[in-house]
Design a protein around this ligand. Sequence first.
Ligand SMILES: [Zn+2]
Length: 243
Amino acid sequence: MKRDGQWLIVYDRPRAGFARGPQSDRPFPIFLNADHTHSLSKGIDAAKAGFDSIVFDLSALPFDENVRQTKEGVETLKKINPNIFIEGEIGDIGTGSEIHEKALDLSKGLTSASEAKRLVEATGIDILAPAVGNMHGMLKSMVSGETRKHLDIDRIAQIKRVTRIQITLHGGSGTGDEDLRKAIAAGINIVHINTELRVAWRSGLEEGLASHPTEVVPYKILPFAVQSVGQVALCRLKLFNKR
Ligand SMILES: [Zn+2]
């Protein structure tokens, strides 16, 4: 969570509280989310550029300082766009949507319900990103399917009960289907699976190159990567939407 300016596009189905995306030629609104924005100046850039939501991530700061600066961020960014969604973060979920060699011990950085409540009440954030067993990136053993991430479902339920706002699961890649189902039932509203999509992109690209060993035309190889990413996205959307 150290890099500024990591912006991504979120495709979302219309639903209460989120049904106000910009017009598009798709049958659903498209939202722009400024992911992991670590400074107010970057947040201001994103708000002025028209982003619909900003992950204002000051989780690396001591808790009281996180609260103070997040509150200041919410006040400043909502003056630029009163409808913008601001997400606050507490806890440690590691860095980078990458493949990690070794497991990190993030057990000391789990988010407590009491701190979540304080952050939400003191700052006015719209969305909370806690640490509940999730981790950015995936271990090699998760890519191969030997291991899975496990979430603290009771902790998610407790945090939801005391905050009553939208909750994001960052670092959801490599989590077992059953844990994701339970996490959503316990109160998770948004799930990030960037690393799974990156893994799918690479494996699709490798498949395209392997099946066309002498091909040099990009548009004959690249569709393999697009299709591979699409398959993972569809599979996850079906799970998240109980289909
Ligand atoms: Zn994240």
